[in-house]
Design a protein around this ligand. Structure first.
Ligand SMILES: Cc1ncc(COP(=O)(O)O)c(C=O)c1O
Length: 363
């Protein structure tokens, strides 16, 4: 449904009338390479362990789940501590139905002033600002989409935001910023500096969670949807100073995280080595695919994530996207003139992508 055909009798908020819903196409295709998931499914052993646990939990579904998801938050804290050498406890962690819900909660709790992000970046940041009635400021990047830290600091100074969003590695461009650059931003930011690390596991940069102790206004969003290969379960989390977590309790809906989700995520964390086991392989495939794209005469943006943004083709992006779909390859038109984004798939998908693109380009 679009802005034009809302019926007059519907008391829809004015600022929502112009919006389109988030809508990455969910279409049948041989190679689904459009939403940055991990292409490798969980093992049968993990699926069995989840089923066993879910069966157990199901016998108690007449009761509400643990409202505070304490066991899960403890496990997430331990997981991050192992990865980053930190000493977080459950009081530093919040968990929700995907990091999208985390983002929404941040807006609800801290959107008392303007919020800035640097576009192009994750499209849900400005969209959730709209749905939560928060003023969004479109900060800018360089022409090559990299983030100019000095310019970002200037933009933050003039906007005086209560929340500053920085996505690293950035979606849809793939570029990341360094820890030193995050420190520079933190030292010139009032309000909260939100680092969206949805793709951090694919990058060589040290996580910003290591800065939270020194800079309590840094908050880090992570997800189990990407490298962790668990998108279907919907589990995102926030690592932050306990004061930030306390504020999350104010805006969450009671029992927002179902007993089934909590149970599945707890089991998955016990299998984290397996679930993250494909990251090195995906990174290698990414670098090969970038070479293949360059060999086709295309320009590929440097990526530390599990996707590539490419340009340099002559057809309109929407037309090339459709031609690829006609060949069974679903990639993403992110609305950037002359660019398309592809998620790294498994070996067969990557081959099908390159073969189909070669055919489409007539190379
Ligand atoms: C930068 C970024 N943040 C957050 C998300 C949301 O992920 P989820 O809600 O699955 O955790 C995405 C998904 O594409 C993303 O690209």
């Amino acid at each position: 449904m679009t802005a034009q055909n809302w019926p007059n009798w519907l008391p829809l908020r004015t600022n929502l009338r112009e919006l389109s819903p988030y809508g990455a196409p969910q279409l049948p295709a041989d190679a689904v390479m459009n939403t940055n998931e991990n292409p490798y499914a969980p093992s049968l052993q993990l699926a069995q362990a989840i089923s066993d646990r879910v069966k157990q939990v199901s016998q108690n579904l007449n009761r509400y789940p643990d409202r505070d998801a304490v066991v899960l938050r403890e496990k997430l804290a331990a997981f991050i501590n192992t990865l980053s050498g930190t000493a977080f406890t459950s009081s530093n962690v919040w968990a929700a139905n995907g990091s999208n819900e985390i983002i929404q909660s941040l807006f609800m709790a801290f959107g008392s002033g303007p919020v800035i992000g640097f576009t192009p970046s994750y499209s849900m940041h400005p969209l959730i600002a709209k749905t939560t009635q928060v003023q969004w400021i479109n900060g800018t990047r360089r022409a090559d989409f990299s983030l100019d830290i000095d310019s970002a600091i200037e933009q933050i100074r003039s906007a005086q935001p209560t929340l500053t969003f920085v996505t690293t590695p950035n979606n849809p461009t793939g570029s990341s910023i360094t820890l030193t650059e995050i420190i520079k931003l933190a030292e010139s930011t009032q309000g909260l500096l939100v680092i969206d690390e949805a793709y951090a596991e694919f990058s060589d940069e040290v996580s910003a969670v290591t800065l939270i102790e020194k800079y309590p206004h840094i908050v880090v969003i992570r997800t189990m949807s990407k490298a962790f290969a668990f998108a279907g379960a919907r589990l995102g989390y926030l690592i932050a100073n306990p004061a930030v977590i306390d504020a999350m309790f104010l805006v969450r809906l009671p029992y927002h995280l179902s007993a089934l989700t909590q149970a599945a995520a707890e089991v998955a964390l016990d299998f984290s080595e397996e679930l993250l086991g494909t990251v090195a392989q995906i990174r290698m495939a990414r670098d090969h695919m970038a070479q293949d794209l360059r060999a086709l005469g295309l320009t590929v943006l440097p990526s530390s994530a599990n996707f590539l943004l490419f340009t340099g083709f002559t057809a309109p992006a929407a037309q090339l996207w459709q031609s690829m779909l006609d060949r069974g390859v679903l990639i993403r038109d992110v609305g950037l003139l002359g660019h398309l984004r592809v998620t790294i798939g498994n070996e067969a998908e990557n081959k099908k992508f390159i073969d189909s693109l070669t055919a489409c380009l007539g190379v």
